[in-house]
Ligand binder design. Structure first.
Ligand code: ZN
Length: 152
C-alpha cells in the first residue's frame, strides 16, 4: 500500500467514528507528519448545528495539541452519506469546506511547505490531489498580520 492509499485508508477508518446525526454525512481526515506519524479526526456535530466541528479541524487541532504543526506534510479527507444502518458509502469525492480551507492554509503556513491535500470518497478508487493555493486562492494568512510562518 503506498503512502497516499495508507493516508486515505486512515481517513476512512476515522470516518466510521464520525458523530454526524444531523447532516448524516460522515467525514474522516488523516494528517501525515514528516516522521510518518498519522493523526486522524472525524466530524463532531452538535445539536447547536453551528458549533459542529469538521474532520479536518479536529485532526489539525490534534496535531496542534501535539505541538507538531511544523511537521505536517499531507492530509487525506474522505466521506460520504450515512445510510439507515449506520454505514457510510458513496463514491463522490469529498473536498474540504471553506472554513477548513482556511484552517489548512494556516497549517501550511506553519509547516512552511506546500501540503498535499488528498480528497477521496467513502469508497472506491477515485481520488484528487490538490494544493491549498488551488483550494483557497488569495488566502488570508499570518503574513497579512505580519506574523512569520512557523512561529506559534
Ligand atoms: Zn470543514
Amino acid at each position: 500500500m503506498n503512502r497516499t492509499t495508507e493516508l486515505i485508508q486512515a481517513a476512512r477508518k476515522a470516518m466510521t467514528n464520525a458523530h454526524a446525526p444531523y447532516s448524516r454525512f460522515a467525514v474522516g481526515a488523516a494528517v501525515r507528519l514528516t516522521d510518518g506519524t498519522i493523526v486522524t479526526g472525524c466530524n463532531f456535530e452538535n445539536a447547536s448545528y453551528g458549533l459542529s466541528l469538521c474532520a479536518e479541524a479536529v485532526a489539525l487541532g490534534s496535531v496542534n495539541a501535539l505541538g507538531r504543526l511544523r511537521d505536517v506534510e499531507a492530509i487525506a479527507v474522505a466521506g460520504g452519506p450515512v445510510d439507515a444502518n449506520g454505514g457510510v458509502s458513496g463514491t463522490g469525492i469529498v473536498t474540504p469546506c471553506g472554513r477548513c480551507r482556511q484552517i489548512l492554509n494556516e497549517a501550511e503556513q506553519m509547516a512552511g511547505r506546500p501540503l498535499a491535500i488528498h480528497c477521496a470518497a467513502a469508497e472506491g478508487d477515485a481520488m484528487a490531489e490538490h494544493r491549498v493555493a488551488e483550494l483557497l486562492p488569495f488566502a488570508f494568512g499570518p503574513a497579512d498580520l505580519n506574523i512569520s510562518a512557523g512561529k506559534n
